[in-house]
Every structure is written in structure tokens, then in C-alpha cells.
Design a protein around this ligand. Structure first.
Ligand code: F58
Length: 833
């Protein structure tokens, strides 16, 4: 209000203008090449062209970003904050062009400037700040938050090194660092002025509050590190709404240890400073496995403290009373990684803002929601009490107080049930004692959700059953995962997206995915089916090129492309797949040449995925796949009938090529172990069929696409426990087919058998925990059916079309609507342009 009119006018006149046509883009591009990059027409390579393009698009995003943020503040709306330690974003440029609906414009412009958009897009490194499904889900969710016009922010860590890049050396996985920030990153806005101090270590004291005269606890931190904000604008599709993803980077404080300095220990005091930066240096590369490392706990608190500070500061600006906090703020915990936020908010409200314990606790519970992503015990986070208490002494006291109040409530409701108390307690009374983060997350949230129907049922029946007793089952709910159709259809598969658009009257289906249903009416149109099939063949040709360039193996795009790409894990059972491949190879060899083509469909078996660097068995599986590949691919008798490849360094941008190029994809986890899976959705949305177990979201995919359009096999989740018991009782039965496979491996047919022995022994002698032997025959049967169905080309295409037509449910837009309505209680707010 204090700004003079004249001044305002000038600002308005020159206020950021965004380009809206080819000329406008070109002028921005040239400006960025010449000034931002200090280059010229004579030395503008693809990298410079990528950077100039991205900077031009970024400028446009910033204009929208500012308007959106201003609108949200002006309307004083409730915001959702999505806390995720991983955001597996992949590339940003193509996605921004699509969401802003300026892809054609940009393609024309860069062409006129002497470049090809395809080449420019390939220069961008993936932002691979995640391990797998959990991190990619977070990325899909923020896309949908923006698209749905929800006022929402993501909070994460800006790791300098993302998930390692995978090399295959002599058939083995080798890890190389992923320094994705090698060139400056045009998609982030450094907010170097936003620096939040985060304390660690130290001790607590009891002090007298000068205002109330009451005594209260105080944390005297021992080490301070700064959190610096980097903002990533997230554009929605079909809206000018641009949300924010704020990523924290650690920096040393400017003060350093003068005592040390004075003692002449300048080097040491600097070294200590540099250690501050290590907090956000690297993403932990474990998937579905928990390891209690101090640096990991430091990462978690650093991120949580900075994010909550930011959220609370924003709330304080609204000048509302504290009890309205949950009306303005919803915080979703993506797994237990941010559970310290529960404790931190309670600390802020009581220690720093002086609220009564119970008042504060009610605010905390109404604010948080917790999403669980696994039932596997080895993936549940626990922190040793000592480690926790040393790093966060005040938080440990608060955890004990939270737990005490909770246990008193339980004791009152269920007197003398010691078993119940010890199972729901936040403290595991083990040696050493542990803090169970899932228990804390449940107690601190008003809602807990699983990520697919079966999974949400299972957590209620198994790991959280005692909490259902305590709270009743209404606290537990389901939100089945989804994926963004912008990236996973329009961006990954422009051909199919365009064909669909031509039938459904444009691209409106991309943010209203149930419209896909309209495709069903074209199933009996032979011309449409031919176009559909031609697009699949083109995508397979593209995948074949990726296979050739990364593995050196030439594959025939007319073969059945059978794909399993995901993190390598025993529960996901890549071993079942490769054993099946070996069986197929043995069968082929045993079949007279003349009969081979009538009995077997030519097939390419495609694998990809990273193993956690310390996961020996997973690494052995990779080696086995490569060993089988070397034998099979060079067997002159086999030719195109079977090829086996392992695509190195599977990541988001490779997935964008692989998903559209598959005929069949494998989602074959032991029933009850895969919480949801999301690549299953990506493959079907791109016209592939699934071979899978009755697990995770496969169940709902089957319901939507129909049983005839999916190849299900294997034992059910409800039988897993009994089957495992049988193995433990020594009553394992290895089917003859699997015995033959094991014999072939043991005979050295695929290289030195020693290194695979432990893999075979796991099935034969160590309880076959993942039930490979129990499901093997059923898997082979299902694969046989696949062969038969694939021969009926027209029917296969029909299945593909009907499946895609029924995938509307799996849009992440639908997930976000469900979270918004059932958990966050938040409304969309669309900016009127
Ligand atoms: C995955 N979890 C589930 N965890 O395995 C998958 O079924 C589900 O579809 C997906 O979440 C999304 O809900 C997963 O990816 C991790 O990678 C964690 C990383 C940090 C350590 C613990 C595992």
C-alpha cells in the first residue's frame, strides 16, 4: 500500500512478460544463449540449446509460480505439504513443455534455430533423487497436485548425488556416482536467502519461563547446520497453476569453532564445517530394506526441522490462533522417514510456543496423515534409543512423553494386557532398545493408509492389527496408487497418445482419464486395431534400438517382448523369471528344430533394475541373468527364438522407452509382499499385458481390465504363511521342471556354478522364503498361455485396447482427489486467468 502509484506503474509495465508464440520463444532462447550462457550462434551445442530452452521455459514457469503462490497467500487457503525423502522426478523439460501445452511451439522454434527437440531433450540428466516406487509415486503426486489445482508443496532433500548409476562389468553390477548437478540445473531456483538453522546433539535443561513463571524444558543444541532452500516449480497440465517443490541443501553456519581456531587448529575447524555439507550429499540406495545409520537419521531430522520451520512460519504470518493450525495445514508422511515431524511439531508447540501438552498434541494428530508402503518387517524403521538420544536429546524426552500418555490410554481401555502394551509401544524393549517409527507415525496421525486394497487389508491384519484394536478400524484406510498420464502416456508414448486423442476428441482425457473408456467402441474397428498395432511395433523398434545401444544385442521387434524392470529384490522374484527363461531354453533345445516355431513364440526376455550395493543375493541374480544371456544369445541353434538381455542403469527416462515397448510385463512378487506396484499401471496404460501374481494393485487392475486380459498365477497371500511353515517343517517339494533348471545351472551350463549356489540353496535348503518352488509350475503354465494368446494377433490387440480403455482409475489425479477428500480435507483453488 505504501508503494507510490508511479512506481507501481513502471513495475507493471515491465513486469515479467511471458512468450506465447514461436517468435517470443526464439527471442528468449537467443537472449539466454548470449547472456545467461555467454555463448553465441557459433558455439551453441545441444547442451547449450538445452539450457537456453530450459531457461526460457523456466522463466515462464516462474511467472505462473509467482501468481499461484500469491493467490494462495491472498486467499489464505489450507495447504497440503507432502513430506518425502525421495522425489524420483526424471527429466523436467519435456514434461514442462507438455504441461504448458507448448511442445509443438518449442519444436518448431528450436528447429528454426537449427536444432532438433529430440536431441535437446536427450541432453538432460535425470533428477534421480529416489530409489524406486516410493520416490516415483511422490513425483506423480506433485504433478497431480498441480494439475488438480490443489495448494500443495512438496518438501524433500536436494541430494548432490542421486541413486548411483549402474554399470555392468563382466555380468556384475558396479556402482558409479550420479553427480547430476554437473552442469547448472535450470529447473531449480536457489533461495540462498532462506537459511534455516538446524540444531543437533547438545543437552536439555529445565528453565523458568519468565512470562508464566512455570518451569519448562529447553534444548541447548551442540552443533548447528544451515538448511538452504532450492525451489523446483511444478507445472500442472491444463491449468496455469504452478506449485512448489522445496528441496533443502545443507551448508555450514558462518561461525566456526573459534576455540579450535585459537588453539591453532584452523584445518580441523574447517573440516568440521565441511562435514555439514555431507548431510545432503547422497541418497541412501536401499529399497525396501532398513539400515540404522546415524547420517540417515541426521538427514531425516535436518529435512523435517527445516520443513516444519517453514510451514510454521507461514502459518504464523496468517495471525490465526494455534488451534486453527490443522485447518490451514495438512502434512502427509510418505512412509515413516519424516515421522520426526510429529515430535518436532509437538516440541515447537510446547517448548517454543508455550501451548499445553494436550492442546498441542491434539493439533499434531489432526495435522498428520501417514502412508505405509510395506508390510515387510525388515523394511520397518527403528532407531536405537542411544543413537537417537545423543543426536536429539529433547526429542527423545518428547517421544517418551508421547508414549507414556498413549500407553496410559491403552491401559485404561484394555487393563492388564501386557502383550498389547508391548506391541503398540513406541519403544521396543529389546537389547539395545529401539524407537519404532511406524508406531510413532500411527499414534501421531489421524489417518493411516495403505497403497492398494490388498495391502491396506494386510496391514490391518498383520503389522498394525494391535493398533486396530486400540483405535478401531476407521483410522485405517486405503488409497490405491496411481500414475500421472502426462508423463506415462503423453510423454512416454506420443504416438499412442495422439491416436487416442484422435478418437476421443483431443487430449482432454489426460486430466480426466476415465474418458479412456470411450476407446472400447473402436475395438471392432480393424483399421483402428491396425493403427494400434503399428504404434506398438514402432515403440518396440525404439526399445530394440535402446537394447542394441546398451547391451550390443540385436533383437527382432516381431518377437514377444517380455519385460521385468524394477529394483532387484528377492521378493519381486526376478529369480523366478530367469529360472523360467532357463526352462524355456532347455525345452527349446530338447525340441526338434522343425517343431520349435510351432511350439514356441519367438521371445525377448528383458530385465533391468538396480540392486542395493550391499545386497549380495540381488547382485547374484543380475549376474545369473547376464550369464544366461551370454549363453542363449550366442547359441546359433536358437537365433530369434529366445534372447535374454539386461538393460543397464534402469531409470525414469529409460522406463519411458521401455514401458511403451513391451508386449508383456512381469509383476510376479510373492503374494502379499508388493504393497502396490506402480509400473504395472504404466505398462498396461501403454498397451502391454501383465503376467502377475494376485498381489498389490494387480488385484485392482484385474478388476478393471477383466480377468481375460491378464495372466494371473501363483498362490494367494492368504496361503503364504502355511506354505512357509511347510518349508520350515522340511516338507519342501521342488517340481521336476525346477530341478532340471537347477541341474543345468549346477552343471556349469551358464558359467561357474559356485556363485549361483547360494541362490539355489535358498530355494532348496533354506525355507524358500519367497515360494519360488511353490509358484514355479503355475508360472510356466501362465507363460504357456501367453504364447498361445500372442499367436492370435488380433485378439491380443483387442485385449490391449480394452485394457487401456479401463485404466482410468489408475490416474494419480484420482489418488490426489481421494487424499484431499478423505485425509487432507482440502479444496482445489483454480486461478482465473
Ligand atoms: C514401494 N516402496 C513399494 N520403498 O514396494 C511398492 O509396492 C509401492 O508401489 C511403492 O512403494 C509406492 O507405494 C518403496 O519403493 C522404498 O524404496 C524405501 C526407500 C527407503 C528405504 C526403505 C524402502
Amino acid at each position: 500500500a505504501a508503494i507510490p502509484l508511479k512506481c507501481r506503474e513502471i513495475w507493471k509495465r515491465y513486469g515479467a512478460n511471458e512468450f506465447s508464440d514461436v517468435d517470443g520463444f526464439e527471442s528468449q532462447f537467443v537472449k539466454h544463449v548470449e547472456t545467461t550462457l555467454a555463448r553465441s550462434i557459433y558455439n551453441c551445442d545441444n547442451l547449450a540449446a538445452y539450457q537456453a530452452t530450459s531457461n526460457s521455459i523456466r522463466d515462464k514457469l516462474i511467472v505462473h509460480w509467482n501468481k499461484t503462490q500469491h493467490l494462495h497467500t491472498a486467499k489464505d487457503v489450507k495447504r497440503i505439504y507432502y513430506l518425502s525423502l525421495e522425489f524420483l522426478m526424471g527429466r523436467a523439460l519435456d514434461n514442462a513443455l507438455i504441461n504448458l501445452e507448448i511442445r509443438d511451439l518449442a519444436a518448431t522454434a528450436v528447429d528454426e534455430l537449427g536444432f532438433r527437440l529430440e536431441d535437446i531433450l536427450e541432453v538432460e540428466p535425470d533428477a534421480a533423487l529416489g530409489n524406486g516406487g516410493l520416490g516415483r509415486l511422490a513425483a506423480c503426486f506433485i504433478d497431480s497436485l498441480s494439475t488438480g489445482n490443489y495448494p500443495g508443496w512438496g518438501y524433500g532433500l536436494r541430494y548432490q548425488y542421486g541413486i548411483f548409476s549402474q554399470k555392468i562389468v563382466d555380468g556384475y553390477q558396479a556402482e558409479a556416482p550420479d553427480y547430476w548437478l554437473r552442469f547448472s540445473n535450470p529447473w531449480e531456483l536457489p533461495r540462498l536467502e532462506i537459511q534455516i538453522p538446524v540444531d543437533f546433539y547438545g543437552y536439555t535443561t529445565t528453565v523458568k519461563d519468565p512470562q508464566t513463571g512455570k518451569s519448562k524444558k529447553q534444548w541447548n543444541g551442540g552443533e548447528q547446520i544451515l538448511a538452504v532452500a532450492y525451489d523446483f516449480p511444478i507445472p500442472g497440465y491444463g491449468t496455469s497453476n504452478v506449485n512448489n517443490l522445496r528441496m533443502w541443501s545443507s551448508k555450514p553456519t558462518t561461525e566456526f569453532d573459534f576455540q579450535k581456531f585459537n588453539e591453532g587448529d584452523y584445518q580441523d575447524s574447517l573440516a568440521q564445517q565441511q562435514r555439514a555439507e555431507s548431510i545432503t550429499a547422497v541418497l541412501y540406495p536401499n529399497d525396501n530394506f532398513y539400515k540404522g545409520k546415524e547420517l540417515r537419521l541426521k538427514q531425516q531430522y535436518f529435512w523435517v526441522a527445516a520443513s516444519l520451520h517453514d510451514i510454521v512460519r507461514r502459518f504464523i504470518k496468517t495471525k490465526r490462533p494455534w488451534d486453527q493450525f490443522p485447518d490451514q495445514v495438512a502434512i502427509q508422511l510418505n512412509d515413516t522417514h519424516p515421522t520426526l515431524a510429529v515430535v518436532e511439531l509437538q516440541r515447537i508447540l510446547t517448548d517454543l510456543q508455550g501451548l499445553e501438552w494436550d492442546v498441542a498434541w491434539s493439533i499434531v494428530q489432526r495435522t498428520f496423515g501417514y502412508t505405509n508402503h510395506t508390510v515387510m518387517a525388515e523394511a520397518l524403521e527403528k532407531w536405537p534409543v542411544d543413537l537417537f538420544g545423543t543426536l536429539l536429546p529433547r526429542h527423545l524426552e518428547i517421544v517418551y512423553d508421547i508414549n507414556l500418555a498413549f500407553l496410559q490410554m491403552v491401559e485404561k481401555k484394555f487393563p492388564n494386557d501386557r502383550g498389547l502394551l508391548s506391541s503398540v509401544s513406541v519403544i521396543e524393549e529389546s537389547q539395545p532398545k529401539n524407537i519404532r517409527m511406524a508406531n510413532l507415525a500411527i499414534i501421531g496421525s489421524h489417518r493411516v493408509n495403505g497403497v492398494a486394497e490388498l495391502h491396506s487389508q494386510l496391514i490391518k491384519q498383520t503389522i498394525f492389527s494391535d493398533f486396530v484394536k486400540v483405535y478401531g478400524s476407521d483410522k485405517f484406510t486405503n488409497v490405491t496408487n496411481g500414475i500421472t498420464p502426462r508423463r506415462w502416456l503423453r510423454q512416454a508414448n506420443p504416438g499412442l497418445a495422439a491416436l487416442i486423442a484422435s478418437k476421443l476428441g483431443g487430449y482432454g482425457y489426460l486430466n480426466d482419464l476415465n474418458k479412456l473408456k470411450g476407446l472400447e467402441q473402436f475395438v471392432e474397428d480393424p483399421g483402428f486395431r491396425a493403427e494400434w498395432a503399428a504404434i506398438k511395433t514402432a515403440n518396440k523398434t525404439k526399445l530394440a534400438a535402446l537394447i542394441a545401444s546398451t547391451t550390443g544385442v540385436t533383437v527382432n521387434p516381431n518377437s514377444l517382448f517380455d519385460v521385468q524392470v524394477k529394483r532387484i529384490h528377492e521378493y519381486k522374484r526376478q529369480q523366478l523369471n530367469i529360472f523360467g527363461v532357463i526352462w524355456r531354453y532347455l525345452q527349446l533345445k530338447a525340441t526338434p528344430k522343425a517343431e520349435r516355431t510351432t511350439k514356441f513364440v519367438p521371445k525377448v526376455s528383458i530385465f533391468g533394475g538396480k540392486a542395493a550395493p550391499g545386497y549380495y543375493t540381488a547382485k547374484t541374480i543380475i549376474k545369473l541373468v547376464n550369464s544366461v544371456g551370454s549363453v542363449v544369445n550366442s547359441d546359433p541353434e536358437i537365433g530369434d527364438l529366445l534372447k535374454v538381455v539386461f538393460i543397464p542403469d534402469y531409470n525414469v527416462s529409460k522406463a519411458e522407452v521401455i514401458c511403451p515397448g513391451s508386449d508383456l510385463s512381469e509383476h510376479i512378487s510373492t503374494a502379499g509382499t508388493e504393497a502396490s506396484g506402480t509400473s504395472n499401471m504404466k505398462f498396461v496404460l501403454n498397451g502391454g499385458l501383465i503376467i502377475g501374481t494376485v498381489d498389490g494393485a494387480n488385484v485392482e487392475i484385474t478388476r478393471e481390465v477383466g480377468e481375460d486380459n491378464i495372466f494371473l498365477f501363483g498362490n494367494l497371500a492368504e496361503d503364504v504363511e502355511d506354505l512357509r511353515h511347510e518349508h520350515h517343517m522340511g516338507r519342501s517339494h521342488i517340481p521336476d521342471s525346477l530341478v532340471q533348471v537347477f541341474d543345468a545351472i549346477s552343471s556349469g551350463q551358464f558359467g561357474t556354478p559356485d556363485e549361483f549356489q547360494s541362490l539355489l540353496d535358498g530355494v532348496r535348503f533354506h525355507g524358500d522364503h519367497y515360494l519360488v518352488s511353490d509358484d514355479f509350475e503355475s508360472y510356466l503354465e501362465a507363460q504357456k498361455l501367453v504364447d498361445e494368446e500372442f499367436r492370435k494377433k488380433e485378439d491380443w490387440v483387442r485385449k490391449s485396447i480394452i485394457s487401456v480403455a479401463n485404466m482410468g482409475f489408475f490416474s494419480s489425479d484420482r489418488c490426489i482427489e481421494e487424499y484431499a477428500e478423505n485425509i487432507w480435507n482440502i479444496e482445489p483453488l483454480e486461478e482465473k486467468v
